[in-house]
Design a protein around this ligand. Structure first.
Ligand code: ADP
Ligand code: MG
Ligand code: ZN
Length: 470
């Protein structure tokens, strides 16, 4: 029996207005190469000046990840040649990163954080058929690299860790974590070892996953691939592999033998920085409530299940929306159900975040109240929600316009129920002889005749009574 051992390296783009060491804008999607200057193009004689915001953000992250913050921190040059790196070195941090030795708690597990350091991003290469283009707009944008110890023992736990890390970063407001734009990227290291062993096996590093799901799938694939090699008495080669999303497999990219020596040395253009106790203390004071605390609060204050709290809290915007809804209706469980169920479903369909829709918390509550008062049933409410998202009208308006109000008036329901009974004698007999399902069928027929607008509970009672009378 083998068990996977996983360590993750996450790069996250810090949400600053300007780049790490110059005044160029970090604006995404700008025309190629317009946000550049002598510093981020690496022209001779230019000098980097650190963007203060980066330390502020890095300190917040370090605190939230329970790390120690190094009093003295410095920048080093990581030397390599690549067309998207005009200086031929990347400014990074080597032996004095801004912070080290933290952890993220996920349920009973503590995933240790080895280090959090600051570095600059490279440019972007765009490969065309016969040539490649380079866009230097991204060179010099600030990143944090967050590296775990090899503490993760399954692909699923890796995904959980990433979700929690992303939530934390969003709560701190240091990054938008937009994965489609490449603002959060993950390299996954994985090795196997016989269950119970403590020594680490030879690892591979998997790159090129652009979603958390892809990270999980790549790690599941790597686990199986490595198990097969080891069971066959083969050896794992230390190498970098790429995840192929289409083929759902990893492919060897380069082995460690070809690995470069980066010749790190302190960047002579940047001084040793000292982080004062005061700046750490003042950062502590403005630290927001983090997901782990908010989950606890939602469970104790609103009586949510761990599962519900987990889903709602994982998104800062969803959790804020939830609390806003509570101002209009003190039914946490019901609101949670709506948010996790139909609302999330609609958001997923539309590829939208809750912050991107116009549906106001009070209007969602308005819809929920109409279900509570039996004006519409759950099924209709789902339809109404779709219309609300499409049109920005309130539930009331839509129900009136589309004549969707539930038919609760007994007389009309009785008439329809009698018609259904008359034309389904067999089911009536079946029900009389004890087949409960037959009644469900009859209820279904009435629902159909009313286009789903009847109140199923009332229909059921009416049918039972009518059948008893015959
Ligand atoms: P490298 O020098 O190859 O980048 P590091 O020691 O910096 O390796 O570790 C990079 C990441 O790989 C870390 O997240 C670490 O926890 C993880 N890691 C290191 N060794 C192993 C191993 N044998 N199996 C799985 N993960 C590992
Ligand atoms: Mg590495
Ligand atoms: Zn610049």
């Amino acid at each position: 029996m083998f068990e996977p051992v996983i360590g993750l390296e996450v790069h996250v783009q810090l949400d600053t207005k300007t780049k790490a060491f110059c005044g160029c804008a970090t604006q995404f999607g700008a025309a190629a190469n317009i946000n550049t200057c002598p510093v981020c193009l690496g022209l001779p004689g230019s000098l980097p000046v650190l963007n203060k915001k980066i330390f502020e953000y890095a300190i917040k992250v370090a605190l939230a990840l329970n790390c120690t913050i190094n009093e003295n921190t410095k920048f080093d040059r990581k030397n390599y040649f690549y067309p998207d790196l005009p200086k031929n070195y990347q400014i990074s941090q080597y032996d004095l990163p801004i912070s080290e030795n933290g952890f993220i708690a996920i349920k009973e597990n503590k995933i240790r954080i080895k280090r959090v350091h600051i570095e600059e991003d490279a440019g972007k290469l765009i490969h065309e058929k016969e040539y490649s283009l380079v866009d230097f707009n991204r060179t010099g944008t600030p990143l944090l690299e967050i590296v775990t110890e090899p503490d993760i023992t399954s692909a699923l736990d890796a995904q959980e860790y990433l979700k929690e890390l992303k939530s934390i970063l969003e709560y701190l407001g240091v990054s938008t974590c937009d994965m489609e734009k490449g603002f959060l990227r993950c390299d996954a290291n994985i090795s196997l070892r016989p269950k119970g062993d403590t020594a680490l096996g030879v690892k591979t590093e998997v790159k090129n996953m652009n979603s958390f799901k892809a990270v999980r799938q790549a790690l599941e694939y790597e686990t199986e691939r490595q198990v097969a090699v080891l069971k066959d008495n083969g050896k794992i080669i230390q190498e970098t592999r790429l995840w192929d999303e289409k083929k759902q497999c990893t492919i060897s990219m380069r082995s460690k033998e070809e690995a470069q020596d980066y010749r790190y040395f302190p960047d002579p253009d940047l001084p040793l920085f000292t982080i004062s106790k005061e700046s750490i203390e003042s950062a502590k004071k403005v630290l927001p409530q983090l997901p782990i605390e908010k989950r606890k609060r939602f469970i104790s204050e609103f009586n949510l299940s761990e599962y519900d709290a987990g889903i709602i809290v994982s998104s800062l915007r969803m959790s804020n929306y939830f609390e806003e809804c509570l101002n209009f209706l003190q039914e946490p469980k019901k609101i949670a159900n709506w948010l996790i169920g139909s609302v999330s479903e609609e958001l997923n369909k539309r590829c939208l975040d809750i912050a991107q829709i116009k549906l106001k918390p009070e209007d969602l509550v308005g819809l929920i109240k109409l279900v509570e008062s039996n004006t519409i049933n759950n099924l209709t409410a789902k339809q109404v929600l779709t219309f609300m998202l499409d049109t920005d009208k309130t539930a009331q308006e839509i129900i009136k316009e589309k004549n969707l109000a539930q038919i609760s008036d007994e007389e009309s329901l009785k008439r329809i129920a009698q018609e259904v009974i008359d034309s389904n004698q067999k089911s009536v007999d079946d029900f009389k002889s004890g087949k409960e399902n037959a009644l469900m069928f009859l209820v279904g027929q009435v629902m159909r005749a009313t286009k789903g607008k009847a109140n199923p509970k009332i229909v059921r009672t009416i049918l039972e009574n009518l059948i008893k009378e015959t």
